[in-house]
Design a protein around this ligand. Structure first.
Ligand SMILES: Cc1cc2nc3c(=O)[nH]c(=O)nc-3n(C[C@H](O)[C@H](O)[C@H](O)COP(=O)(O)O)c2cc1C
Length: 294
């Protein structure tokens, strides 16, 4: 069997999840092609007909799939006969509003004979708004890590799993797609300060090829999708992201168990929703005889 996993990841969370899917599928003797949805990928060259399992992964951006993901799926060729596919998404908070994020891509893919059969959502630490504590990042990853083998099993056993719909979800998602133009506007105000050491990491890794050097200065074009990769991974925190500056998170999470107790700064933020999310995860794990000790 052959699987294709196409994913976009701004700051590594969705990539981590995609890699775990790959690992589990490989353990099931399935070969896996991983495709990053970035500016240099050619979706029109992918032959979906040759795959038995197809998955798409993305981080939720303003209750939608990021624009780069929508543009990617639009360019995919239609498959000859109906085929099923699955979606995995990561997001900073567990609100069910995140479920509406796949509506647009589902519509596009159904026109290409692709039918969604399984959909999974994993909470992963925020790369915008605020920095989750190391403990929360560790906890979120432990849950995702242990759930993915179960979710893979469901996919392989053709057990359909869908996320709950949201009343007027399509309209809400459409409104929030204002985010698609927000990056074009906000990037006009991006600046690099004198902490910049010209390592060129932002230039080399921008998924939209939107950052360049002009007259020795780092400049930002109009194709920003606000994925946060440049400012998140900037080693000297030299990038200022316009109107979103107060929401900037700088520095990768390490996902290890912290050795000392830490104060959870945002312990009230979506508290009930996180409790519900972890409870739901525990129930699924327990149903599969896994007791997670965090
Ligand atoms: C522009 C932007 C919008 C976001 N919108 C949402 C959102 O609507 N809901 C949510 O729970 N998380 C949201 N997030 C958080 C990310 O979905 C989350 O941190 C994700 O795991 C990042 O994945 P990545 O590292 O693969 O990019 C947003 C992040 C960004 C950068």
């Amino acid at each position: 069997m052959k699987a294709l996993i196409c994913y976009f990841s701004g700051t590594g969370n969705t990539m981590k999840v995609a890699m775990r899917y790959r690992e589990i599928l490989l353990q099931n003797d399935i070969t896996v092609d991983l495709v990053k949805m970035e500016h240099d990928t050619r979706p029109e060259e992918i032959d979906l007909n040759t795959y038995d399992i197809i998955g798409f992964g993305y981080p939720v951006h303003a209750f939608n799939a990021p624009k780069i993901v929508i543009d990617f799926v639009k360019k995919l060729n239609k498959v000859a006969c109906k085929k099923s596919y699955f979606i995995f998404k990561t997001s900073g908070e567990p609100l069910s509003l995140n479920n509406i994020s796949s509506l647009k891509m589902k519509k596009i893919l159904s026109k290409k004979n692709l039918i969604l059969t399984n959909e999974y959502h994993y909470c992963m630490p925020y790369n915008i708004i605020f920095r989750h504590s190391d403990f929360m990042a560790y906890k979120m990853w432990q849950y995702a890590f242990n759930l993915i083998p179960i979710d893979c099993k469901e996919i392989l056993e053709n057990k359909r799993v869908k996320l709950k719909g949201v009343f007027l979800g399509g309209v809400l998602a459409w409104i929030f797609r204002i985010e698609f133009i927000a990056g074009r506007i906000d990037s006009k105000y991006y600046k690099v300060d004198d902490k910049c050491v010209k390592c060129m990491r932002c230039v080399k890794t921008c998924p939209c090829n939107n950052i360049s050097v002009k007259d020795g200065k780092i400049v930002f074009g109009k194709n920003c999708i606000i994925c946060m990769r440049c400012s998140f991974f900037c080693p000297t925190n030299a990038i200022h992201i316009g109107f979103l500056e107060k929401w900037k998170v700088n520095g990768a999470y390490n996902f290890e168990k912290p050795t000392s107790e830490q104060e959870e700064k945002h312990k009230k933020y979506c508290k009930k929703a996180y409790i519900k999310y972890f409870k739901r995860c525990d129930e699924k794990l327990l149903a599969n005889n896994i007791h997670l000790e965090i």
